[in-house]
Design a binder for this molecule. Structure first.
Ligand code: AMP
Length: 422
C-alpha cells in the first residue's frame, strides 16, 4: 500500500529545514527585541471559539474550517488562525491580572480547507504577534513597525503597506446600511454567497473573489466616509505615527479582512515581487474580541504572516537563509584493529562538542573519502593501524588538501584546530 501526503500539505524536507529554522529563529529574535514572549496553544480548540470570533459569515468558518467530532461527540476545529486561541488563553489564564500590557507571539501550523495553489495551502505555518492592553494608536503603528522592520532586515524590498479603518460597531452599522443601499439594485446578479453576505455582513461583498461580482463594487461607499469622530481621530493618529516612524503606507478602503473581530485599524503587507496581490501578512485591531470570548473589555491589536509566502519571497529575491549544518570532520578508519580505539576517540571528540560523522559500514578508503566529501565536512580525520601504533591521527583539510599528523590524545589536538575554524 502506498500513501500520499494530503492535498494542500507539504513535508519540510531535511534539505530545506534549515531555512525554516532560520526564519523562525529570526522572527523569535525580532519579537523578543520588542518585548514579546512566546505562547503556544493547541492546534485544535472548541469549534465555537472560531465560529463566534471569526464570525459565522466569514469564509474561514463557512467553507474553510476543519471541524470534527471527537469520541465523546464534542465539536472541535483545527485552528484556522492564531488570534482567537491566544485570546482564549489570555482570558483563561487571567493574564490581565498579571500586567496591564501583554505582548505575545506565536509560531505554528494553521489549517484551512482552501483551494491549494502557490502560496496557499491547507496546512500552513504562521507567525503572529498580539499586543493586548491599550487602545493608543501608537501601538497600532508599533505593531506594524515590528513586521516592516523584520521584513526589511531580512532583506526584502518592494513591500507595500496598505491600511484602512473598519471602524467600531457603531459606525460599521451605518456603513453596512450604506452598502446595502448601494448593492440592493444588483442583488439578483450577485453570486449566492454574496446574497447571503448582503444580509449578514455586507462589507464582505467588497472582498468576493468571484469575477462576475467584481464590477458591481465599483463606486461602492468607503468605510472611511462613515467613521464616527473617535474612529476618525484614531485612524488619523495611526497614520501620523507611521509617518513619524518613517513607514510609508497606502490607504486602501477595500481592506476589510476576512474575520469579523476587527475594529478600527486593518492592514496588509504586500510583497510586489510575486504578483500584484501577494499578501505576506495582515492584521488589525480587535477591541471587542476579548470581551466576546468571556474576558473584560480590553483593547488589542496584532497581525499574522505566513512563512511559506515569506520563504517564496526571500527565494525570489535570492536572499540567503542560513546554511545546512555540515560535520566539523568526517572520521575515516582503516584497518580492523583501529575500530574499537576509534570508538573511544570518536567519543572524546563528541564530548568536546564537535559534530563528527563516521560510518562503520564503509571500509575502503575511497568510499570513506567520497562520503566525507558529500557530507560537506571541512576536514577528514584518518586513522589506520600504523597511526594507531604511532599514537597519531592524520587531519586533512578537505578544502586545501593540506594534511598534518597530530597526537592521538583525548581529542585535544584535533579539537584545537577544528575549534579555531568555527
Ligand atoms: P489572513 O489572516 O488570512 O490574512 O492570513 C495572514 C497571512 O497568513 C497571509 O498574509 C498569508 O501570508 C498567510 N496565509 C493565510 N492563509 C494561507 C494559506 N491558506 N496558505 C498559506 N499562507 C496563508
Amino acid at each position: 500500500m502506498k500513501y500520499n501526503i494530503p492535498r494542500g500539505t507539504f513535508d519540510i524536507l531535511p534539505q530545506d529545514s534549515y531555512k525554516w529554522q532560520f526564519v523562525m529563529d529570526s522572527f523569535r529574535k525580532i519579537a523578543s527585541r520588542f518585548g514579546y514572549e512566546e505562547i503556544s496553544t493547541p492546534i485544535f480548540e472548541t469549534a465555537e471559539l472560531f465560529e463566534r470570533s471569526s464570525g459565522e459569515s466569514s469564509d474561514v468558518v463557512q467553507k474553510e474550517m476543519y471541524r470534527f467530532t471527537d469520541r465523546k461527540e464534542r465539536i472541535f476545529a483545527l485552528r484556522p488562525e492564531g488570534t482567537a486561541p491566544v485570546v482564549r488563553s489570555y482570558v483563561e489564564n487571567h493574564m490581565d491580572v498579571l500586567s496591564s500590557r501583554t505582548k505575545l507571539y506565536y509560531i505554528g501550523p494553521m489549517f484551512r480547507y482552501d483551494r491549494p495553489q502557490a502560496g496557499r495551502y491547507r496546512q500552513f505555518y504562521q507567525y503572529g504577534i498580539e499586543f493586548i492592553g491599550s487602545d493608543n494608536p501608537y501601538y497600532d503603528a508599533e505593531v506594524i513597525a515590528i513586521e516592516m522592520l523584520w521584513l526589511q532586515e531580512l532583506g526584502l524590498k518592494n513591500l507595500r503597506l496598505e491600511i484602512n479603518s473598519v471602524g467600531c460597531p457603531t459606525c460599521a452599522a451605518d456603513y453596512d446600511a450604506a452598502l446595502r443601499e448601494f448593492f440592493r439594485p444588483a442583488l439578483q446578479d450577485l453570486c449566492p454567497d454574496c446574497v447571503k453576505r448582503f444580509d449578514l455582513k455586507p462589507r464582505r461583498l467588497l472582498d468576493c473573489k468571484v469575477a462576475s461580482c467584481k464590477p458591481f463594487r465599483v463606486g461602492a461607499p468607503s468605510q472611511l466616509d462613515y467613521l464616527d469622530a473617535p474612529c476618525k481621530e484614531h485612524f488619523a493618529k495611526v497614520c501620523e505615527s507611521l509617518t513619524a516612524m518613517d513607514i510609508s503606507y497606502i490607504i486602501n478602503p477595500a481592506i476589510v479582512r476576512g474575520l469579523d473581530y476587527y475594529t478600527n485599524t486593518a492592514f496588509e503587507i504586500i510583497f510586489e515581487g510575486l504578483g500584484a496581490q501577494y499578501s505576506l501578512a495582515g492584521g488589525g485591531r480587535y477591541n471587542g474580541l476579548i470581551e466576546q470570548i468571556g474576558g473584560k473589555s480590553i483593547p488589542a491589536i496584532g497581525f499574522a504572516g505566513g512563512f511559506e509566502r515569506l520563504l517564496l519571497a526571500l527565494e525570489k529575491e535570492q536572499i540567503e537563509l542560513g546554511k545546512r549544518i555540515c560535520p566539523d570532520a568526517y572520521l575515516i578508519c582503516l584497518g580492523e584493529k583501529a575500530r574499537l580505539a576509534i570508538y573511544t576517540y570518536l567519543n572524546h571528540l563528541r564530548q568536546k562538542g564537535l559534530y563528527i560523522e563516521y560510518d562503520p559500514d564503509k571500509s575502503s578508503l575511497k568510499a570513506q573519502f567520497k562520503a566525507a566529501d558529500s557530507s560537506g565536512a571541512s576536514y577528514a580525520i584518518i586513522v589506520g593501524d600504523s597511526e594507531l601504533e604511532a599514537k597519531t591521527v592524520n587531519l586533512k583539510n578537505l578544502v586545501t588538501g593540506e594534511q598534518v599528523s597530530l597526537p592521538l590524545d583525548g581529542g585535544e589536538a584535533v579539537y584545537a584546530i577544528l575549534h579555531q575554524d568555527h
